[in-house]
Design a protein around this ligand. Structure first.
Ligand code: DLL
Length: 433
């Protein structure tokens, strides 16, 4: 089902005309309202009026996560606070989150795009949606919530956690749609099994999964175990939240990006040059309509590929390929963004600990696990076992406190972590195997 027939099936030419008009207006607004962008334009010797066609896009400056951090918390907002009705945030390398804001119109646009997203998954009025994305600063829970209501379906705002209770609600409320991270859906399945509950007896028909990397193999497993269609949804807080792009139920082959609101590019992350359709590279997105927090050429660090071929669902919107990885070292552990440098910062505050560490990420059952191995100095190593255990617990506590994610810390002998001649291999991600 197509929610917004007009804008989701525009001929390319008409779509590009809209995009150009919106891009030009965006440049004018950014130049006039956000000192950071005015400086960037001036440094590049550009005026908003220089943007005469979409081919001029590569002349515009990029925006990076570092820029967001440098302007923490509200420095890049393009409207006065009186117009900001919502704030969300996601974690970043320094422990300070990346902060984003929305006007009333932004919230309405987001709700509409989420309604389009849900419709692409076949959701309609009468459906009951079990929304197990986290509610709070994270954009997942509330982003879906508003979209489900906008579409006119029923939302169960169950949020994350309390898995056993979720199984009870899945049985009693009879939801037809589930929305959560792909790993959580498989965790639900395992817990249900332990409780003697069979997913085949539930009414679920489709699941909309995202916020973390997953694979075709995992889709097959979810579809088989849960007995539903599993669709991939992509988004990020800096651009809006969930609802930037979604697979359609008809093709399940690439995620349609809502190009009337977001202008995608693929660049080579090293040369920063644009790449043609079909070539994988870093996804860069410009928001065309956002009011409170517009971004110009935002470097997502996510690796994808664009496919402009028409789709059998009837949408003319470009499709991005499943995210293949990231061009930086950010890890996503149970939906929480974690940078190795954050862990390093925690370790380095502890006396007796050496700057030699390794981060091991794995998946046990369906849950991500995080283990931090770190060397201690000779003196500490000769301490009593009890003292070492105490130190491990202390670091675990600090990681949880600082990063919001639980880790198992293992103190190891001096010089036992392999040294490397080039870049240290700090991260071993066994989930990719
Ligand atoms: O994860 C927004 C979201 C919520 C998307 C619910 C989908 C569903 P952030 O917390 O800002 O926002 O994290 C954004 O998560 O840059 C990707 O690296 C990763 N990511 C999001 N969706 C996918 C996906 C939300 N479908 C970061 N596949 C992004 C792979 C994904 N990675």
């Amino acid at each position: 089902m197509i929610f917004n027939e007009e804008f989701e099936t525009l001929p390319r030419e008409a779509l590009e005309a809209i995009q150009l008009r919106r891009l030009q207006a965006l440049c004018e607004r950014l130049y006039a309202l956000v000192p950071f962008y005015r400086r960037k334009f001036d440094e590049a010797g550009l005026k908003p009026g220089d943007i005469k066609s979409l081919n001029d896009l590569p002349r515009l400056p990029f925006t990076t996560k570092q820029d967001l951090r440098d302007n923490y918390p509200f420095g890049l907002f393009a409207v006065p606070m009186e117009q900001v009705v919502r704030i969300h945030a996601s974690s970043g390398t320094t422990g300070k989150p990346t902060v984003v804001g929305y006007t009333q119109r932004d919230i309405k646009t987001w709700a509409e795009l989420m309604a389009r997203t849900l419709a692409a998954a076949g959701v309609q009025r009468g459906d009951i949606v079990h929304n197990a994305y986290g509610y709070g600063l994270f954009t997942g829970g509330l982003g879906f919530h508003y979209g489900i209501e906008y579409l006119g379906a029923s939302v169960i705002p169950v949020s994350g956690g309390n898995t056993k209770r979720q199984i009870m609600l899945l049985q009693d409320f009879g939801p037809t749609v589930i929305t959560c991270t792909p790993s959580f859906s498989l965790h639900l399945y395992d817990v249900a099994k332990d409780m003697g509950v069979d997913f085949a007896n539930l009414r679920l028909r489709v699941g909309i999964f995202g916020a973390e990397p997953w694979s075709e193999a995992m889709r097959a497993e979810i579809e088989r175990k849960l007995g539903i269609d599993a669709l991939d949804i992509y988004g990020l807080s800096e651009i809006m939240g969930p609802g930037v792009s979604i697979e359609c139920l008809e093709a399940k082959n690439g995620l349609h990006m809502f190009e009337d609101h977001f202008l995608p590019e693929i660049i080579d992350p090293n040369t920063l040059e644009p790449l043609p359709p079909g070539q994988p590279g870093e996804l860069v997105i410009t928001t065309l309509t956002k009011e409170a927090f517009p971004v110009l050429r935002y470097r997502t660090r996510d690796i994808s590929v664009l496919n402009p071929e028409p789709c059998k669902c009837g949408r003319t919107l470009v499709r991005m390929g499943r995210i293949q990885g990231r061009s930086d070292d950010m890890l996503i552990i149970r939906g929480v963004n974690v940078f190795p440098s954050q862990i390093e910062a925690v370790l380095m505050e502890v006396r007796g600990v050496e700057p030699h560490y390794q981060i091991v990420v794995d998946r046990v059952g369906q849950m991500d696990t995080l283990e931090v191995r770190v060397e201690v100095d000779e003196t500490t190593f000769s301490d009593e076992v009890r003292q070492l255990q105490h130190l491990e617990k202390k670091i675990e506590h600090n990681i949880k406190d600082y990063l919001g994610v639980s880790a198992k810390v293992r103190l190891v002998e001096p010089r036992s972590i392999p040294r490397s001649e080039g870049k240290a291999q700090r991260v071993i991600d066994n989930r990719k195997k």
